[in-house]
Design a protein around this ligand. Structure first.
Ligand code: ME8
Length: 649
């Protein structure tokens, strides 16, 4: 059985977890879940980095011991990952005994290789970054790259012969072109190493919170030697040969771009020195800003990870973070974008597809699925082909860590299935008594949905579970990718149960203040308090956005139009609003349109007015029209690119 070992950075315990920590861990979790679905033996590692000057100073500031600070904050990370449904196999803490033993063993190996010597360090150090800087990297008392304060350090220190590894590192980057990704990051690292490497100070004598230098306990090991070693200590290095040989080297170290140098230069050099294998890939993702602003302590605008997890459903948060930016690019967190993506992509597209398809199967087939028939129908063939292509594409994207493309592809397939429903019109097939075609059409939609549920389970685990439960597929094997190797696996006679609503829509105002805190008011169906009305606005006939937001305008596809007997101004329309059932609308537009002119048009409709009876027919929406000077009506109309049911804003 092949294995897949993926890691996140271990996070400093000097503060509380924020969106950045949640992001890396969610991406790594999606990768891990997907590889488990392949049937691989997966190990997902995350944890906390607890030693070093930065943690010691924060503890001093708070008047507690570093160990106490570590306990409190490490527990927060652990709690967060539980809340986020992270499926890690180990949560490592660098204060654990097995880790500390491994750090000592690692340094002993580097000593035995003749790569460590004692000298004096004189130079700049930043505790915030736990990094040494050259004079050329400093301006006005801060490190140019990170803007962190630096201090002058002069002390006896052990050095690691990093310079000796410049050539071997360049050879590695060259031999394994994918070992650093994305490619731009690889180039950055190569030019840094080509510029020459200086030996690295790896011990300090001015503080004590860390692992002692073997044989010289007045020195504490540099926190990065300690921290990086977590990737091997967590899987039994120097102690559990069997586990270590099975899992090491890691397949992917997923990190943020801030710590690329440590992972792509120092870490492989340490490993070479210790005679250990090098990781498969170091993937550096980009940086999130908050509503356009860099997050920082001084701005106080870190997005608290717990508030985020409380404010939004987990699937929605995962989807947004994975979909919004290509892995590797910088991203801007915007509540408005999150709400938009939830409402139009998850709720209107996927949620609606699942809801209407299950509902139609209940109504038209008594909730029981017919068997799979490889029909000749071109639309059916198209769906089968797309299902296969979606599975193949998602697999390829996941191999390349292109998580955003994987989710995009899945939602694209969901859109195709919605279109297929519109084209095959199961409600019409049912009315016409074409049971064979009806059964085939619903089978194709539902099997397509099963593909989405299986392939999307790494990204939308809760929704996927709800869908699969609707099919009665609750065994762990039902999630394996082998179940989507073939179209037509849903068994004849499967009894469906309507899944719970997958994605509730969020309400939000379009422009909210940049948020230091995620807004809980964005929870589904939250009551937005009406703003105090201004007299001036009232007089000018202006309304608050809240009031406008209450009017629901949607694109309705007119499926059928007919005259209303005895009312020469009225037409009775049946419109697809992306719901399980068509809506009936009675509209006073008969003088301007012949019924056959209207069928197939996508027009603007107000969809949350109280239903009204006209000529004995209940009208469930209102069509929007404007009158020309000579009294003819024109409709606000959309092209085929806009799906039925799309909200007009
Ligand atoms: O660097 N956008 O820990 P750390 C995206 N302990 N990701 C972000 C982010 C942002 N704005 N801010 C943080 C350390 N991250 C060391 C690591 S590993 C052996 C030791 C994420 O608590 C991103 O993954 O500062 C980044 O690399 C990591 O948090 C830094 O976490």
């Amino acid at each position: 059985m092949s294995k897949y070992y993926v890691t996140t950075p271990i996070y400093y315990v000097n503060g509380a977890p924020h969106i950045g920590h949640a992001y890396t861990t969610i991406v790594a979790d999606a990768l891990a879940r997907y590889h488990r679905q392949r049937g691989e033996e997966v190990f997902l590692l995350t944890g906390t980095d607890e030693h070093g000057l930065k943690v010691q100073r924060e503890a001093e500031k708070q008047g507690i011991s570093p160990q106490q600070l570590a306990e409190t904050n490490s527990a927060k990370f652990k709690e967060l990952f539980e809340k986020l449904g992270i499926t890690h196999d180990r949560f490592i803490r660098t204060t654990e005994e097995d880790h500390k033993r491994a750090v000592t063993a690692m340094v002993q190996r580097m000593l035995a290789a003749g790569d460590i010597y004692l000298d004096k360090y004189e130079g700049w150090y930043s505790a915030a970054d736990e990094a040494y800087y050259d004079a050329s990297e400093i301006a006005d008392g801060v490190a140019i790259a990170s803007k962190s304060a630096v201090e002058w350090v002069e002390e006896e220190s052990y050095f690691f012969k990093l310079s000796k590894y410049a050539q071997p590192l360049l050879a590695w980057y060259n031999e394994k072109p994918n070992c650093i990704a994305p490619a731009g990051r690889r180039n950055e690292v190569i030019s840094f190493v080509e510029g020459g490497l200086r030996d690295l100070s790896i011990s300090r004598t001015t503080f004590s919170w860390g692992v002692a230098m073997p044989g010289d306990p007045k020195h504490v090991l540099y926190v990065w030697v300690d921290a990086l070693t977590n990737y091997i200590s967590a899987v039994g290095a120097f102690e559990d040969e069997q586990q270590f040989d099975k899992l090491w080297p890691a397949d992917v170290h997923l990190i943020g771009k801030d710590i690329l140098r440590f992972h792509a230069v120092y870490w492989p050099a340490f490993l070479m020195s210790a005679g250990l294998a090098l990781p498969g890939q170091i993937f550096a993702h980009g940086w999130w800003t908050n509503e356009g602003e860099k997050m920082s302590k001084s701005r106080g605008n870190f997005i608290d990870a717990f508030e985020l997890a409380d404010a939004y459903d987990l699937d929605v948060l995962r989807y947004y973070l994975l979909r919004e930016v290509p892995l590797g690019n910088d991203g801007n967190f915007s509540k408005e974008r999150l709400v938009e993506r939830n409402n139009s992509e998850l709720a209107d597209n996927l949620g609606n597809l699942v809801n209407r398809s299950f509902a139609m199967t209940q109504r038209f087939l008594d909730g029981e699925l017919g068997g799979y028939v490889a029909t000749d129908d071109a639309l059916d063939q198209g769906i089968r082909e797309s299902a296969r292509a979606t599975a193949a594409d998602v697999d390829r994207f996941m191999n390349d860590c292109e998580t955003h493309r994987a989710v995009e592809r899945l939602l694209g397939f969901s859109g195709e299935l919605n279109l297929y429903v519109q084209q095959t019109q199961p409600w019409k097939l049912s009315k016409d008594g074409d049971t064979e075609r009806l059964a085939a059409a619903l089978y194709h939609v539902l099997e397509g949905i099963r593909f989405i549920a299986v392939l999307g389970s790494a990204f939308l685990p809760d929704a996927s579970k709800k869908i699969l439960t609707g099919f009665g597929l609750n065994a762990p094997e039902d999630l394996l990718l082998s179940t989507v190797a073939q179209f037509g696996k849903l068994a004849a006679g499967t009894r469906l149960s309507q899944p719970e609503v997958l994605f509730a829509k969020y309400e939000t105002k379009p422009k909210e203040d940049a948020l230091p805190k995620a807004d809980k008011a964005a929870k589904p169906k939250a009551e937005n308090k009406p703003e105090a009305k201004s007299d001036n606005n009232d007089k000018a006939g202006l309304i608050d956005f809240d009031l406008f937001g209450k009017v629901e305008l949607r694109v309705g596809l007119i499926v059928k139009a007919e005259r209303v007997e005895g009312a020469d101004k009225l037409l009775k329309l049946s419109a697809d609003l992306g719901e399980a059932e068509l809506r009936t609308i009675v509209a006073g537009i008969a003088k301007s349109f012949a019924p056959e002119d209207l069928e197939g048009r996508r027009v603007a409709m107000a969809t949350n007015l109280k239903p009204a009876k006209l000529f004995g027919i209940l009208s469930q929406a209102m069509i929007l029209a404007a009158e020309t000077e000579d009294g003819k009506l024109e409709l606000a109309q959309y092209s085929d690119n806009v799906k039925a049911g799309t909200r007009i804003k």
